[in-house]
Design a protein around this ligand. Sequence first.
Ligand code: ASP
Length: 598
Amino acid sequence: MAGELSEDVVGSKVTLAGWVARRRDLGGLVFIDLRDRSGSAQVVFNPEVAPEAHDRAERLGGEDVIMVTGTVVRRPPGTENPSIPTGTIDVVADCLDVLSKSKTPPFYIVEDLDADELLRLRYRYLDLRRPDMQRGLIFRHRLTMAVRRFLDSRGFIEVETPMFIKSTPEGARDYVVPSRLNPGKFYALPQSPQLFKQLLMVAGFDRYFQIARCFRDEDLRADRQPEFTQIDIEMSFVDRDDVLSLTEDMMAASIEETLGVRVTTPFPRLSYAEAMERYGSDKPDIRFGMELVDIGNAVKGSGFRVFREAIAGGGRAMAIVAPGCGGFSRREVGELEGMAKEFGAGGIVSIAVSGGEGDGLEFRSPVRKFLSDDELAGIVRLTGAGDGDLILVAAGPGPVVRNVMGRLRLHLGSRLGLIPEDEMAFAWVVDFPLLEFSEEEGRLVAVHHPFTAPLEEDLDLLETDPLAVRANMYDLVMNGVELGSGSIRAHRRDVQERIFSALGLGPEEAREKFGFLLEAFEYGAPPHGGIALGFDRVVMLLAGRKTIRDVIAFPKTQRAICPMTGAPGPISRRQLDELHIEVVNGERVDPGSGTREP
Ligand code: ASP
């Protein structure tokens, strides 16, 4: 391979095949940078050595595909290129075959290209030819292999589960596939292999995994794709700690194998309540401090009405301290205020601290005159703020305050450079609530999915206080990004039925939707649990990329479109008829031709 040549093979005859990355004509010689997957090497065509090859080389264009045979030589002193690994050698060509010509590509095939992403997706095969994109996919492959090796070494069996299924709810909309053989009936594409992996446990497989493709028809955000990959795991006869420690070992082993970095295990664990309280988020970035501080006690008798009333009304007053920001200008503080409002707060109060220890401290704040010295001393004591710091306070309903402060914390952390970029900070968030109220659906929904077991000690709250039931579930978070979730499952039919009923799913409906699972649970279901990690996100973070699209070979746009193939596209009248489908309110399709007509 071109990138593997070195001074060790000087004098050898080699044959290289690849793409013309660059051509230069200099002093009668033609120089070609030949690129293949491994890197590139400089090939020299000398009319005195190989006139015919030189002649052809003169007519080569960028991205032509060539095969060259030649001899590896040391470059003349002074002509070395230290910026590439093969910069000390040349290949002096004696033979050149042009295997295929290329049109001028719509963008340069270079590292760190700054081109419109739509154009890159339209010509994805050219985009993927760029070295940084190749490195991303090769890294993905190595991580896949590391994960497979690790799980295999721990006795896990990889089993493929079907793509055409009855719906598995993970909280998103299903993609559906019409069944030609069963008119009017549809398969759903799996939102995850959840029910099948549980059935594999009932079947006695004990340790299952799959690098599984999942499909969710959601509105796409930056790090979402309509189809994505999970490392999907399920184990029998385990409790939560078994799943967590297996996942930790898997992450540590595969990161060490691929990046040579040692990750410390076990990962810190926070309860959901603690994560929300300290970081204002259920996916805390624990690479830096600046934690939220409850200052309710200091301000409950405040002369500032907003503080006083928030506490009196059962709400919260919480602060964060922006270190060294006491000198922020009015405009800078105003920006933070604007942000807080965008995040849903009525406003925030800023208090700039200056001066010496204790009594010597001075405070600058738009609401200074409403705050007593005692109150300010209390705030300082609770927050630990000192000379030069800026205290930011939000007061109001707890969930709003935590969310606003959590987001301001992230903003300031990155703006102030407090986040160590090359650190990998893993954390578990555990004991989530089992159920939450969905405003959209006007009913209780599962926080994770309906197959999650409640904590044993909360079981009896299912009927009396369902929102207080904690789930035996866990999320893995890295650097503030949720990598995956899992849970111990309700493996008993009676418990599963109680959960369904708390979700408002009557026995009839439950049987209709998940009868096969409930039935399976009557034939000896082992206690089991598992986890699934969003593999695209894991690869993105470990490869240091900004979007998951960079580590997926053929991703879709935010509108779930593939600009290269044009998917999704219309289908012909004949296909529609065979599928017993009529498109109403849409565009009609011309019979047979597959082209659109108005
Ligand atoms: N099926 C779940 C998910 O995709 C993961 C799990 O519970 O194992 O989020």
